[in-house]
Design a protein around this ligand. Structure first.
Ligand code: GTB
Length: 216
């Protein structure tokens, strides 16, 4: 059955991997599933046809036959459950990998998104200079805790899993901040993730979709 995902018609970052369809592409590449991309404009995202797929009018979505999913955590969990390669067979190890997926989106991502919002949308507010260091501290606190847990391991819990895929996608958002450099094992963890062949293919595909010239 063909898998179709939605992605920005033109991503604001030019397709450099920050939009969340990257993590879905990456998961599909890890498990060797082909997919097609339906590009969606910002306007189309808020129209009924897309809202039927995604109640919040966002990308990415995932379609496979009658099944329509939104939320990257749920999409990647679905992919990992249906195909070998992203979750361990052992029940306890599997539960721990799923725990890391939740930790990525529920514990690590919120302060990281708050930081992005503070920098991108609040820089003209009179309280910005006072608030920014507080938000940065919240991010550093989580990075420090994650760094201690990772230690000198390659991945969060044994072999690479969907938990690492989610965590690396979340950390990616910090790359331009320079903060990851304060935690060399996390910087190395992200670099290790980014050099996985499946990740390289996913990023290349997203970039290609964003740099392709529109048809005349
Ligand atoms: N919790 C949802 C999930 O994980 O699936 C969040 C989905 C989401 O935030 N989608 C964003 C979206 O559709 C795109 S990824 N935004 C349009 C809207 O809400 O109207 C977030 C994103 C977009 C672009 C960049 N960038 O270019 O730098 C970075 C991150």
């Amino acid at each position: 059955m063909t898998i179709t995902i939605t992605a920005f018609e033109r991503s604001p970052d030019g397709g450099r991997g920050l939009a969340r369809d990257t993590r879905v592409r990456w998961a599909l590449e890890e498990v060797g599933q082909p997919y097609v991309v339906r590009p969606v404009s910002f306007r189309a995202m808020k129209e009924p046809a897309h809202l039927a797929r995604h109640p919040f009018g966002q990308i990415p979505t995932y379609e496979e036959g009658d099944l329509v999913l939104f939320e990257t955590g749920a999409i990647i969990f679905h992919i990992a459950e249906r195909h070998a390669g992203l979750l361990p067979d052992d029940a306890n190890a599997r539960a721990r990998a799923i725990t890391w997926m939740f930790a990525a989106v529920n514990t690590m991502e919120p302060p990281i998104l708050e930081l992005a919002t503070a920098k991108l949308l609040e820089s003209d507010r009179p309280w910005h200079d006072q608030r920014l260091p507080l938000v940065e501290d919240r991010v550093r606190n989580r990075l420090k805790q994650l760094s201690i847990r990772l230690g000198d391991a390659d991945w969060l819990d044994g072999a690479f899993s969907a938990g690492d895929l989610m965590m690396a996608s979340v950390l990616l958002r910090l790359k331009s901040s320079g903060m990851l450099g304060e935690y060399p094992n996390l910087a190395a963890y992200l670099a290790r993730s980014e050099t996985r062949p499946a990740s390289v293919r996913a990023f290349a595909a997203q970039l290609a979709d964003n740099t392709r010239k529109p048809l005349p």
